[in-house]
Design a binder for this molecule. Sequence first.
Ligand code: FAD
Length: 376
Amino acid sequence: EILRCLVGSEMCIRDRKYVVVGAGLAGLTIAERIASQLNEKVLIIEKRPHIGGNVYDSYNNDGILIQNYGPHTFHTNDDEVFNYVLQFCEWHQYQHRVLSYVDGNWVPMPIGLETINKLYNMNLSETELMDFIESKKEKIEDVKNSEDVVLSKAGRDIYEKFFKYFTYKQWGVYPSELDASVISRIPFRTNRDTRYFTDQHQGNPKGGFTRMCERMVAHPNIRIMLNTDYKEIIDQIEYNKMIYTGPIDYYFNYKLGKLLYRSIRFEFETLDMESYQPTASSRYPMDHEYTRITEFKKMYGQKHPKTTICKEYPCFGNEPYYTYPTQEWKDLANKYRALAALESNVVFLGRLAEYKYYDMDDVIRRALNVFEECIK
Ligand code: FAD
């Protein structure tokens, strides 16, 4: 009922002042604000057959709620963003925990006291841990890349066990070929906190992200056209402003070249058992071709006699997931941004249009700011 596919319905699409390209969190947030705060009509054009973008989730044939584009946990310290999201869902409180399979042991990630004690079969206190790590660190005067970051923060053994091959699987290159900024984002803890995220608000919407997204756009001012690349119809639409959340290079017909993204091949499997692994997410930094296994039931707290897991194989091609973190692509993205700045009635918003990795709370925050600063 909420999603009306309007191909051919000229009346509905001609009277829109605003067009939003892309029905991910960026597009849905801005459309919701325009519809509810400005009381203006918005048309959302989405090329996929569903809304939600990468946070789309759905029930599979066995009735298990899965996340079709990879595991997502909402986490934020931004009270305004959290309260915004709460308008559209009830909240399932959940603390994300991740175990890494290293040397035949399951150890908590990010690396902390429990990780080191389990891995080396020790019983260190918090202060002893700091001395232990200090003794392992390598002295590197000029930290140039991600390998240097880990060696200088944790030493070679931890680098080999947790980062070297995992990074290779994730990005297709070793840490020595990546900017220092790529791995410096991974937190390293000296306390006993085994949660993956430490943000004040964490969890997932009850019933899933798709249901939350449907509620975001359940406003009479919003129309959605699915299964449509905006370029197929944009010439037939009159609008005052476009909010574009698709890939920035595609908007400019790749005229400066194609931006690089890392993608993921997901392999889903439903198993005839109630539980597959101790935590929702497990990581495989030493061997195995896949990087992670997710067990979705554990993220949503769903009770079911079976369970669905998802193995992730990073690759190139397929859907664009992660912006590629080397200078070459940052430079190309900057050139596209300079072109985008010249487009007077288009706002470029979100991870694809800005060629920037955003967590869900970041992208909602960004959309709320863009609404205040550029639309309202
Ligand atoms: P998208 O969700 O990609 O939406 C863009 C939309 O535009 C898409 O629906 C696309 O189909 C559409 N589109 C593109 N081109 C066109 C076109 N030509 N015409 C019409 N429509 C078009 N964040 C967290 O906070 N926690 C997590 O645990 C987390 N896990 C993640 C795991 C993975 C594997 C990935 C890849 C990301 C994860 N994220 C996580 C980040 C999260 O997915 C993003 O913050 C969010 O999806 C960004 O929303 P967006 O609207 O910018 O982009």
